[in-house]
Design a protein around this ligand. Sequence first.
Ligand SMILES: Nc1ncnc2c1ncn2[C@@H]1O[C@H](COP(=O)(O)OP(=O)(O)OP(=O)(O)O)[C@@H](O)[C@H]1O
Ligand SMILES: [Mg+2]
Length: 370
Amino acid sequence: MSATEKVNILMVDDHPDKLLTYEVILSELGENLIKANSGREALEQLLKNDIAVVLLDVSMPIQDGFELANTIRQHPRFEKIAIIFISAVHVSDMDRLAGFEQGAVDYISVPVVPRLLRARVRVFVELYRKTRELERLNGELRRISSHLIRMQDEEHRRIARELHDGLGQELAVLKMTVTQIPQYNSIGAKDRAANEANEIVTRAIQQVRSMSHLLHPPLLDEIGLLSAVRWYLDGLTKRSGIVTSLDVQPADFPRLTPDLETAIFRAIQEALTNVFRHSGARKTWVTLSQQENQVVVTVGDDGKGVGPEIAEMRAGSLGVGLAGMRQRAKEFGGKLRLTNTNPGTLVEIAIPAQCLVRQEAHATTCAQSD
Ligand SMILES: Nc1ncnc2c1ncn2[C@@H]1O[C@H](COP(=O)(O)OP(=O)(O)OP(=O)(O)O)[C@@H](O)[C@H]1O
Ligand SMILES: [Mg+2]
């Protein structure tokens, strides 16, 4: 649920004129108002709609408000629903207590003061919205963390395979080659074996280097983000044949904090992996620009583009890649945007200049809501 989505408020009263009055009073809230003339109608509405707040008349003829609240509360789906009682007659403290015991969260007496009623309903509507948002974020977090664990496991398997099939094989051949050397009679054969061993060691060193670089690019700490991105783009072109380019504004792009450089590098790495895995693009281009009030990073491609649900980052449509990228951007007070450029996709991350260090230090200025 987004902050702008309307929520449902159910108003229950056996007098149509009172329902009309509540409707007029609450219309200012801009939410969906649903009317019910009896307990039965109210239950029907509750089952059909997702209701945030129930405004309940205490004295109704067939089933009074207390009984109805009791029935509502017994249903597991409505255990926590906010019920506000409205009553002209039962207004003693004992009556209020009875109301609270039946599950009321608030109690309003007649004559109703419009501003007061609106303010009270608004509190519960906001509470409902915040609860839904929290539930959504929790769900997303659970999904991301289980995906992350799976990915970590896959990554460990990949490293194990690389070590076994790549480095392990080279070292096995090296051992065989070196073991044979004392048995050769001629100097020439010994030299050839030593040369061969030398080549194997060179390849093994290369493998260790590329594996450790992929795990954490050393260039990032030493010569900075630009060199690391250039190095990664070169590797991508070699591995995939995709033509890459990097555009940096200004040419003397400043060093950022290590945290932010890592976050930007990882985002570019993920966006490029997506280009390789999903886009079918022949070209991809990365831009890094420092503007007056923000740093903007873009990764574009000329591939098949993304569908609207991904461009709008709808819940459930993102993998860990884009969700992680959005989270990283958020930690720095920034925003992630995805556009279908038809053809192709443009991934854009903008970090406000005042947030160029991690958010903890700037909790108030850089905090982001969805
Ligand atoms: N450049 C792109 N071109 C076309 N589709 C893309 C591109 N980038 C992302 N997508 C689409 O967006 C989806 C979500 O991307 P995301 O990176 O979040 O997850 P993923 O790549 O599927 O999996 P992972 O969690 O391993 O990253 C992809 O499955 C793909 O359909
Ligand atoms: Mg991905």
